[in-house]
Design a protein around this ligand. Structure first.
Ligand code: TRP
Length: 382
């Protein structure tokens, strides 16, 4: 398999230069084609979300079938999650932003899983208190995007276990150890918490069907690194009498230091914009960000630069270009050499600061109702 050794993408490790088409083939997922996007547009009314239009979401499983069901009047629900290992950064908002948009357009329920258990098991350096308190902080940031309090439900693993466990018991029995070992690459030294954990990430896919006693299809917007969990889920779904969840996969968002993921694991805080970074820190990080611009102004004016390798272009693409027109202007200006990196950074910084201000206000408001979204009881004992 030429090329397959050059990068690794699993829920617990992302490394190397990712060839996204190759990854899609390796994972066996489907291409998010223009035809399918047109169907999403028609079903949601109005324009497509920029994350769909700009190709950040690029792959799926069974989206066509989900849309068929929706057209026939079978409502679906949304599900995504967050492993709380620290403060959120802007790229963590990518799945939740798409969910918020679907909820606004279609008024569908949203289930959010906060996996404070998973992160405690997966990351040696974190205490239980830390993962639990980051879980709550992260939840405020997620809800502040604009989720509807009446239609949004949260499984905060350590606090929602009584609601999840009756179904987790049944899910766990269907998953052989050999499957998780092969799918996640677990070692003999991997703790058994992580071995069990994938059962808990599957449970929300089935929970509404279980609770309502009828089939409720599930759509999961997530980073493509999470696909392995849901391959396991999809394999066992029918044996449990539930529909396979549909998925929409995004690419990983490049980090500010020019790495292909905005991850800060290890000692790389400058690779990402944390939502709690003070203004001066945001300024410094963006000013120092990797751009792939030319060595001199003269060269850049003459030859232009390459937006696709630039971490600042990734910021425009994933959140900060407010219109397609602005996005095109930045992209074309970069490529042709008319927009230089310093000016481009000033423009994006203005938008980042404005977003941070709005976000901080919205975040204070959700604190009033965030607790009420946490599901703590099972709909029935079995
Ligand atoms: N495992 C995910 C993480 O490490 C958290 C998560 C739980 C999740 N359920 C999910 C992510 C559903 C996407 C979709 O961040």
């Amino acid at each position: 398999m030429p090329g397959s050794e050059e990068f690794v993408v699993t829920p617990y490790e992302v490394k190397g230069r990712i060839d996204y088409e190759r990854l899609r083939e390796l994972f066996g997922t489907q291409e998010l084609s223009p035809e399918l996007l047109e169907r999403v547009r028609a079903a949601t009314g109005g324009d497509l979300h920029p994350l769909l239009r700009r190709g950040v979401y690029y792959s799926h499983r069974d989206l066509a079938a989900l849309l068929d069901g929706h057209a026939k009047g079978h409502p679906f629900f949304l599900y995504s999650g967050r492993g709380p290992s620290g403060p959120l950064h802007t790229s963590h908002l990518v799945p939740f932003e798409l969910c918020r948009w679907f909820q606004e357009r279609l008024h569908v329920p949203m289930y959010i899983q906060i996996t404070d258990d998973e992160k405690y098991w997966a990351r040696g350096g974190l205490t239980r208190e830390e993962t639990a308190s980051w879980g709550l902080e992260n939840l405020y940031d997620i809800l502040a995007l604009g989720f509807d309090p009446k239609r949004t439900h949260v499984f905060f693993d350590s606090r929602s276990i009584a609601a999840l466990y009756p179904l987790a018991i049944r899910v766990a029995r269907k998953i052989p150890y050999s499957t998780v070992k092969a799918v996640f690459g677990f070692e003999p030294s991997t703790n058994i918490g992580l071995v069990f954990y994938t059962a808990l990430q599957s449970v929300p896919c089935f929970w509404p069907s279980w609770a309502e006693g009828r089939t409720v299809p599930c759509l999961i917007p997530c980073g493509i690194d999470q696909d392995p969990h849901f391959r396991v889920t999809r394999d066992i779904a029918e044996g449990l009498g539930y529909p396979k969840p549909a998925l929409l996969h995004s690419q990983m968002i490049p980090g500010l230091l020019g790495e292909n993921v905005m991850s800060t694991t290890g000692d790389r805080a400058d690779n990402a914009l944390f939502l709690n970074d003070p203004k001066a820190v945001v300024d410094r990080k963006v000013r120092n960000a990797f751009t792939g611009g030319r060595a001199t102004v003269e060269e850049q004016r003459r030859l232009g630069a390459t937006p696709e390798v630039c971490s600042v272009w990734a910021l425009w693409r994933t959140r900060f270009a407010e219109s397609e027109e602005k996005f095109r202007e930045v992209t074309d200006g970069c490529r042709s050499g008319t927009l230089l990196c310093g000016e481009c950074k000033s423009q994006v910084l203005e938008r980042i600061h404005a977003f941070y201000r709005r976000h901080a206000e919205a975040r204070e408001k959700v604190k009033e109702w965030a607790e009420s979204t946490i599901v703590t009881t099972a709909p029935k004992p079995l």
